[in-house]
Design a protein around this ligand. Structure first.
Ligand SMILES: N[C@@H](CCC(=O)N[C@@H](CS)C(=O)NCC(=O)O)C(=O)O
Length: 228
């Protein structure tokens, strides 16, 4: 992955400010990549229920996460994550490998749209829609785990012999998915091992230990209306 010396110098000196809700959600993979890269960053936590309506228009795309890079807004979870990976040399080097990695990243990230529909339905007490989304995600997750399982190399990383941002991104989401659907990762030993390795990175382990409890919006409690 070629980037010029000039660009590398700029990114090494960049300041990062992550803006997200009082949730794990799409903020968590970005936080974990920042922590794995061992770079300084500040954070702004917006309360989704009380403060978001007054803040939404501050952001070019009207949503978060936003990574402020030297004061510039960067949007889109997977783009922010890839940018940080490139800027801090947590990337594979050839085009086909990074493309296959991105394929998995997008496949994993797609689930977030189903989960957010589920949480919105739960908030609206729309039981039919919540059940539908719960089952949709549940049906989709094994496909995701299976594809990642197949992509993990003997060294234990995704299409790579060393850790990249993709491993951190995927592990952050797998950690969340396994909390939402307990035990869903159990059939995928390589995925489990990947999560264990990433969550053992000291700064990430500390984040997991200290992170706030779930917000009401995204809590795993009462995910499945049929179980209540
Ligand atoms: N494609 C965007 C989706 C961002 C998104 O929908 N964010 C949600 C929070 S996770 C949001 O800002 N919701 C509030 C709103 O749209 O008003 C990404 O991947 O970052």
């Amino acid at each position: 992955m070629a980037h010029t010396d000039e660009l590398s110098t700029i990114t090494e000196m960049s300041t990062y400010h992550l803006v997200y809700f009082n949730m794990r959600g799409r903020g968590e993979p970005i936080r974990w990549i920042l922590l794995a890269a061992e770079v300084d960053f500040s954070e702004e936590i917006i309360n989704v229920f009380s403060d978001w309506k007054d803040r939404k228009e501050d952001y070019d795309w009207g949503n978060v996460p936003v990574l402020m890079v030297d004061g510039n807004q960067l949007h889109q979870t997977t783009v922010i994550s890839r940018y940080l990976g490139e800027a801090h040399d947590m990337i594979s080097k050839d085009l086909w490998t990074v493309t296959r990695q991105q394929e998995l990243v997008e496949g994993v990230h797609d689930i977030t749209y189903i989960l957010s529909d589920l949480f919105i339905a739960r908030l609206r007490q729309d039981v039919a829609q919540q059940t539908n989304m719960y089952n949709k995600a549940k049906g989709r997750l094994p496909i995701i785990f299976m594809n990642v399982e197949r992509a993990i190399t003997e060294e234990g990383w995704i299409y790579s012999d060393e850790m990249t941002w993709v491993d951190v991104f995927v592990a952050a989401y797998f950690d969340l998915f396994n909390l939402y659907y307990p035990g869903i990762i159990d059939n995928y030993p390589l995925c489990q091992e990947l999560v264990t390795k990433v969550t053992s990175i000291p700064k990430i382990a500390k984040r997991i230990e200290e992170r706030p409890d779930w917000s009401d919006f995204e809590t795993p409690v009462n995910m499945n209306p049929e179980e209540e």
